[in-house]
Design a protein around this ligand. Structure first.
Ligand code: ZN
Length: 65
C-alpha cells in the first residue's frame, strides 16, 4: 500500500473538515465536500522512504581482494 491518501484540513475555520486526497492530487486543488471551499493539496514528501534502498545493501559489492 504505497499509495497512501494525503490528509488535508479544510482552510475554512467554520468547516475544518479532514479531506483525503490521492497522491495524484499533489499540487492540485480539490473542493471540500463539506463547504465547497477549494483546498490546495501541498507537495509533501512521503515519510516512508519506499525507494529501493534495500537493494543497495543486498547488492553489496563483492570486491574481494
Ligand atoms: Zn470545508
Amino acid at each position: 500500500m504505497t499509495s497512501e491518501a494525503i490528509r488535508v484540513i479544510c482552510p475554512n475555520l467554520k468547516c475544518r473538515a479532514v479531506l483525503s486526497a490521492p497522491q495524484a492530487a499533489r499540487g492540485k486543488t480539490v473542493r471540500c465536500r463539506m463547504c465547497g471551499m477549494k483546498v490546495r493539496i501541498p507537495h509533501i514528501r512521503s515519510i516512508a522512504p519506499s525507494t529501493t534502498d534495500a537493494s543497495d545493501a543486498a547488492t553489496s559489492d563483492t570486491s574481494k581482494k
